[in-house]
Design a protein around this ligand. Structure first.
Ligand SMILES: [Zn+2]
Length: 249
């Protein structure tokens, strides 16, 4: 887990996807006060990229390209949620910023340094932070679906905060975020904003399910984030049926 980007060897997908699921079971919104120590570029106001269908073959994406793609995904998320809120007669305030990092503790949330190999939404500072090297590694293995899932899931936590959604159990919060990430991707594919490479979602689904079968993953033993099956089901429920499937009320 956490291999640096650039190596493709048989079999690491499961381990990598464990990391993905851990990231998805991110710190979620449960952290209190704090600001990132290193503010990233301000996100709001950047127009969504119309060219986010620039699907690349796995293994050819540089860190710089990934950051750009991630930024595009953020722009699409901003537009997506702005439109959804507008439909409900509400105004959407985009998540304040997105901060890539490479070192443990480089970015803090609520006074706690973020570890490597992770991605989180930090409600304290209203920002998303992600380990860019780890993310690129996962992206190279899994493909575009990973990038949009990762961003879509973390962005969804910010939306939950804005909607005042707070469940008693983490698993509900996480599965809903998975559903919202699926809706974000599915709706944008349906509208033609996004084009995923053929097989991306199948690969994604298989990867997630493979994780569930691995008995050596302590994260699932706790059962607080949902099994791989539950998470995959939630994601695809949103992907196929849009936000109606996500219980946003
Ligand atoms: Zn999460």
């Amino acid at each position: 887990m956490g291999e640096k980007a650039g190596r493709r060897r048989p079999g690491p997908l499961a381990g990598l996807l464990v990391a993905l699921v851990v990231a998805a079971g991110c710190l979620g919104g449960g952290l209190d006060q704090g600001e990132p120590e290193q503010p990233g570029p301000r996100r709001s106001g950047q127009p969504a990229s119309p060219g986010a269908d620039s699907t690349r073959a796995d293994g050819t994406t540089s860190v710089a390209e990934f950051k750009q793609d991630f930024s595009d995904a953020v722009g699409i998320a901003e537009r997506y949620w702005t439109d959804r809120f507008r439909e409900s007669g509400k105004q959407f305030q985009p998540i304040r910023r997105v901060v890539p990092y490479t070192r443990s503790g480089e970015v803090s949330c609520g006074g706690e340094g973020l570890p490597r190999n992770n991605a989180v939404y930090c409600s304290a500072g209203d920002f998303i932070a992600y380990d860019v090297n780890w993310s690129v590694g996962a992206f190279r293995q899994v493909g575009d679906a990973f990038l949009f899932y990762l961003l879509g899931h973390e962005y969804a936590h910010g939306v939950q905060v804005r909607l005042g959604i707070r469940y008693n159990f983490t698993i509900q919060q996480e599965l809903q975020a998975d559903c919202m990430a699926g809706a974000y991707i599915g709706d944008n594919v349906r509208s033609g904003t996004l084009t995923l490479a053929e097989g991306d979602l199948d690969e994604f689904r298989e990867g997630l399910l493979a994780v569930g079968d691995d008995p050596n993953q302590p994260w699932f033993a706790e059962g607080s984030h949902g099994t791989a099956e539950q998470r995959t089901d939630s994601f695809f429920r949103g992907y196929e049926n849009s936000l109606d499937a996500c219980g946003l009320g």
